[in-house]
Design a protein around this ligand. Structure first.
Ligand code: NAD
Ligand code: ZN
Length: 247
């Protein structure tokens, strides 16, 4: 790990235009379980039922009972961890230009990050599929206490989270923005992502093709470790603390 850290420190010092790309592992130390890997949510809950648009359209109560009984208190109690705060520090030093995240927990913004591209949306925001009225997850939770699935208080439409379900497309505008920052960065730092689902798997390749350095920090190996200039199999917070001390 020390050799990897030293290489990353050097790349970090030489970079002016860093993009951080984060996945579920980045929030694991905030108490939010990842999907894959040890303790992953998918081992216990079937994603094809609770995070799939077809299933949600047929029966939204499955998602909403999962949200009410499991997900709400996890998100509600989660606080940003040291890794989130390190990225805020890099942004303030004008080294980091954007965070691109697959996470839907809103923790980067809660830590004070101003530029965040949320590729998969934000589960703290809820909207009505009929009239588009937006409410908070706390408001949805209150409705859920007496109505499953919860319905809009204005038009009685079904409520849904502002996240991308399996079977739905990502926002084209967000993808374009993420690709723009990726093509223009000099260091692409992928952290806490298994890098198996798109666009997680293709953004690092775009960065490499644009001659940026690629660093992967992830506890488990990823299928594109071979592409990276530096690979560190360790916790994101631990690695970023080392960089922060030396910056
Ligand atoms: P993933 O679950 O597929 O992979 C997470 C990876 O993080 C694993 O490979 C694991 O080794 C690694 N990891 C765990 N703790 C770590 C730590 N402290 N430091 C560094 N690495 C660590 O997650 P993914 O790649 O983000 O992709 C799956 C999907 O999961 C995404 O679509 C995302 O929207 C969704 N998701 C989001 C949240 C959230 O919002 N916090 C939580 C779970 C899943
Ligand atoms: Zn409505």
């Amino acid at each position: 790990m020390d050799e990897g850290i030293n290489k990353l420190k050097k790349l970090f010092d030489d970079s002016k235009n860093i993009v951080a790309f984060t996945g579920a592992g980045f929030s694991s130390e905030s108490g939010i379980p990842t999907f894959r890997g040890v303790g992953g949510l998918w081992n216990e809950y079937d994603p094809m039922k609770y995070a799939n648009i077809k299933y949600f359209s047929d029966d939204p109560s499955y998602y909403w009972s999962f949200f009410r009984d499991v997900r709400y208190s996890i998100i509600k109690n989660a606080k940003p961890n040291a890794a989130h705060y390190a990225l805020v520090d890099f942004e303030r030093k004008n080294k980091l230009k954007t965070v691109i995240t697959q996470n839907i927990d809103g923790l980067h913004q809660m830590a004070g990050q101003s530029k965040v591209i949320e590729l998969h949306g934000n589960s703290r925001e809820i909207y009505c599929i009929d009239c588009s009225k937006v409410i908070t997850m706390d408001e949805a939770f209150k409705i859920l206490k007496y109505k499953l699935p919860p319905r809009c208080q204005y038009c009685d439409g079904i409520l849904r989270p502002n996240t991308v379900f399996f079977g739905e497309s990502l926002s084209q505008q967000k993808i374009e923005e993420a690709v723009f920052f990726t093509k223009n960065c000099d260091l692409f730092l992928a952290m806490g992502s298994s890098l198996v689902v798109t666009p997680a798997s293709f953004l690092p390749q775009i960065a490499k093709a644009a001659k940026a350095s690629l660093v992967i920090v992830n506890i488990d190996p990823t299928p594109i470790d071979y592409l990276a200039d530096v690979v560190i199999h360790d916790k994101a917070s631990k690695v970023l603390m080392h960089i922060l001390k030396g910056s």
